[in-house]
Design a protein around this ligand. Structure first.
Ligand code: C5P
Length: 244
């Protein structure tokens, strides 16, 4: 890659300065982490798969009028995205009980929820991204009540879209996480857009027939090959890169 200024390096991605003002280049690494970085491993090809998969979902969302930061994929590991003002929240949507919710409420993994539930975690690695009520978010000024109402509506639209796409290829969308940013396009109020990535790193995906896990839980819970699981998701969606 041409020399570009690195702006931020996270656990799974790097952000570089983009070619034009207001743009960034998002680079997908092969690293996977779990337990807030305590467990770490490199899976060759994961970055390539997630770059493709995130492109596929973000493009689909853009097409149905759900704004995202995605502009276009540049190469195997990089995509051009719009620079946004990130809201420091992880927005989680759940259709079935699993993970931290199942543990917190003593629910069986896979139990259907009465309706899709949206919850918020405050993005802070040092604190392990704690679950926070809306009251904290508005009081500390991380987002306004209007932002929160708009984020919930956005997250539910993303859920409808993703659930349908996955259902079409025999996969149950158990839950997922998105991050949201603001774009100020010379107006008094910002447009909220889906930012970061949408990939099996940030979703729980279960095969409808067999219940096989096709997401990062394969790594978190030592259930087999992460690359094989992600490759299966990409294959079903018809976005498997030819040289993987
Ligand atoms: O762990 P928990 O059950 O709260 O995760 C809910 C969903 O959010 C899962 O799909 C998980 O992959 C995703 N998530 C994430 N990044 C985090 C925490 C959760 O992508 N830091």
């Amino acid at each position: 890659m041409a020399r570009r200024k690195k702006l931020y390096e996270g656990k799974a991605k790097i952000l570089y300065e983009g070619p034009e003002p207001g743009t960034l280049i998002q680079y997908f690494k092969d690293e996977a982490t779990a337990g807030n970085g305590q467990k770490k491993e490199v899976f060759e090809g994961k970055g390539v798969l997630n770059n493709r998969l995130s492109e596929f979902f973000m493009q689909g969302l853009n097409q149905i009028g759900v704004p995202t930061h995605f502009i276009r994929r540049l190469n195997m590991r990089e995509q051009l995205v719009r620079q946004v003002e990130m809201i420091p929240l992880e927005v989680i949507v759940r259709n079935f009980a699993a993970g931290s919710m199942a543990a917190r409420l003593g629910l069986e993994e896979g139990a259907p929820l009465p309706r899709a539930i949206v919850e918020f975690c405050y993005k802070d690695d040092r604190l392990g991204d704690p679950l926070v009520p809306e009251e904290y978010i508005t009081a500390f000024g991380w987002a306004s009540q209007q932002d929160l109402d708009d984020i919930v509506a956005l997250a539910l639209r993303v859920n409808d879209f993703l659930s349908g796409v996955f259902h079409g290829v025999g996969i149950k969308l158990v839950d997922f996480k998105i991050e949201v940013g603001r774009i100020w396009d010379e107006q008094d109020y910002p447009t909220l857009v889906v930012a970061d990535e949408i990939s099996p790193d940030s979703c729980r995906l279960w095969d409808i027939e067999t219940g096989r896990k096709l997401d990062k839980d394969v790594f978190r819970r030592d259930l087999g090959s992460l690359t094989e699981a992600y490759t299966e998701v990409a294959r079903r969606l018809g976005v498997l890169p030819s040289n993987i």
